[in-house]
Unconditional design. Sequence first.
Length: 156
Amino acid sequence: MNLNDNVILMTKVKDVMTKTVITIESNKTVIEAAALMTENDVGNLIVMDDNVPKGIVTERDFVRRVLAKDKPSKTRIFDVMSTPLKVIDPDAPLKEAARRMVRKKIRRLAVIKDNKLVGIITATDFARHLSKKTFADDILEAIGRSNYPVPEVFEN
């Protein structure tokens, strides 16, 4: 086990999660949800019912449950959202979040603390976290061992 492995083992969900979560009430329409997703440049919304997180609606839900079934734009979110909401505690190890996402074949977990929505962790959050430069990366770069060549044809 190297230094990077130890850092990953110690990292908690709260260190990586997105803290600002865009939500929508379950009685809103799919067109309102699509507009909110576009406005906030996100691929998902946590669906709330009286300030309680109940589900999630994703771009994939729109494709499979709205477009593919030719549903009208007045369709309510509660008719197309994914439930039950898959969740994790902010103090859980990052590795546990990854395990749950792989096991459940999902790309997002709502982060819940004391029955309140406090964040969301997504596959993008994992990529962002793993792409951060570490001290070990700096050392390898300094001694000239961090070069991972990319074929010229892909360099555009």
